[in-house]
Design a protein around this ligand. Structure first.
Ligand SMILES: [Zn+2]
Length: 478
């Protein structure tokens, strides 16, 4: 079976045929660096990390680009509030993003462009759109004219009127149509600006993804991805400005993942019901969060709760306990000849599971089903361990097989000892490191992180005391 992907553009699953045989060019919209990432961002990162890992498992030569928005209203607002320059805010939260991603085992993009480093490319794109009469200048701002692009709305499958009815559109008298979007914003006092043919200003948000993806991946991409909340207007606008400029399709497949919900409501900053990645990782193992995301299909909404995370932690612990039992039985490294194992029942069970795993992943990256097969593989190893004399070479092969498939999902790669003892005991150096991190967070007035670290230490049996000369710690005694 060939890989099939649900393509938002055509609203159906389609066989994946890359533009160039053997190569995949994929672009995913990254974060706006003005705050710590929440678990909605974590889901996005994990979903596309697994998609890229699976494409590589299928031996495609993948180029993965994920951007950073490092100039934007929200960044400027936060900078003004904290008496900093926007660049400092963006730099700080990009660093925090990398820390979170490292914890979650999310690989870096092959190219990670930043908006502020691509202003000339963006200006060139706006000039092209002006020349072709798809854009117009009003009061120093440049807008894209949605009425000029007749396919506007093709991604969300809605007409201009329908989109207008469902959108929160700011009233701007200088726009020709309320859905016209800004390509270039005229500089306001005390805001960063760049010189342009239309005066000083800065790019609108949508522009960067078109300019940067085309620079690194060409005018047509294989896959463009993001969350479902980006379909309209962000991706609709990306399509409009890119295809108007190039007269070529912008992306062949559009992949969108579902929301993270809390108590059946979409998690969002405005509702105040959101959790940062670090808050969650202070309480749960990063692999448990990863497993939680992958236990659901990427297009479905998922309901986050501590109870659900506890369940995935337990499931993960069972896997590592089996891996540990098998490893204890094997002892030191054992060589195996695959040929010699081919008549064993466990061998057949696991190669059958590998086929099923691949079929599940080929069906629009159905990680939930792929995981169910992996669990049945673990179960088969468990049963085999109950036999009188389980063979070491067969066990070694079986574990290697589970780890190879687990690697596609970024799971089961820790040593069982490390996984099972993590969080139980901390070294003095580790404790001091956490205390330093907390002090830094307090200096940044980032109380959420500071509290999360205090809580993490409390769970590890460590009590903190803030004194005038710094923070000290002691072991909790009940
Ligand atoms: Zn984008």
């Amino acid at each position: 079976m060939a890989l099939r992907i649900y393509n938002t553009l055509n609203k159906r699953k389609e066989e994946f045929i890359p533009l160039q045989p053997g190569k995949v060019k994929i672009y995913v919209c990254g974060i706006t660096a003005y705050d710590y990432c929440h678990i909605g961002h974590a889901r996005s990162a994990v979903v596309f990390d697994v998609i890229v890992k699976y494409l590589r498992y299928l031996t495609y030569n993948v180029t993965f680009v994920r951007n950073f928005t490092d100039i934007d209203d929200k960044i400027i607002k936060r900078a003004q509030k904290e008496h900093k320059v926007p660049h400092e805010i963006a730099r700080y939260f990009i660093k925090a993003f990398y820390e979170d991603m490292e914890a979650l085992g999310v690989a870096k993009g092959d190219i990670e462009p930043k908006a502020t480093e691509h202003i000339p490319e963006m200006i060139a794109l706006v000039e092209k759109l002006l020349q072709k009469n798809y854009a117009y200048i009003a009061n120093g701002d440049v807008y894209f004219s949605v009425e000029r692009f007749h396919q506007y709305g093709k991604l969300s499958g809605r007409s201009l009127d329908e989109m207008l009815a469902g959108a929160r559109v700011e009233v701007t008298p200088q726009k020709r149509h309320p859905l016209d979007f800004v390509l270039w914003k005229k500089a306001k006092p005390n805001e960063p600006w760049w010189e342009s043919p239309w005066g000083r200003g800065r790019p609108g948000w949508h522009l960067e993804c078109s300019a940067m993806s085309m620079k690194y991946l060409g005018e047509t991409l294989d896959i463009h991805g993001g969350g479902q909340d980006l379909i309209f207007p962000h991706h609709e606008n990306e399509i409009a400005q890119s295809e108007a400029a190039t007269e070529k399709p912008f992306a062949k497949y559009w992949i969108h993942h579902g929301f993270v919900m809390v108590n059946k409501e979409k998690m969002s900053k405005s509702l105040g019901n959101f959790f940062t990645i670090r808050e969650v990782l202070a309480k749960f193992h990063p692999e448990a969060l990863r497993l939680f995301f992958l236990s659901h299909h990427y297009r479905s909404p998922i309901d986050f709760s501590d109870v659900a995370l506890k369940e995935t932690t337990n499931a993960l612990e069972r896997v590592y306990l089996t891996l540990k039992r098998a490893q204890d039985r094997i002892g030191k490294e054992v060589e195996f000849e695959e040929q010699a194992l081919k008549d064993k029942p466990l061998y057949h069970q696991l190669t059958g599971i590998e086929t099923k795993f691949k079929e599940a992943m080929d069906d629009d990256f159905n990680t939930a089903l792929a995981l169910a097969y992996l669990f049945s593989g673990i179960k088969a190893i468990n049963v085999y361990l109950e036999e009188k004399k389980p063979e070491k070479s067969l066990l070694a092969w079986a574990i290697a097989k589970i780890k190879t498939l687990g690697k596609v999902l970024g799971l089961y790669q820790s040593s069982p000892e490390t996984f099972l003892t993590q969080g139980v005991a901390l070294t003095k150096e580790e404790i001091q490191k956490l205390i330093d991190k907390r002090s830094e967070a307090r200096k940044m007035k980032d109380w959420a992180t500071a509290d999360a670290i205090r809580e993490k230490l409390r769970l590890a049996g460590i009590i903190l005391e803030d004194t005038p000369v710094g923070t000290t710690w002691r072991k909790k005694r009940d």
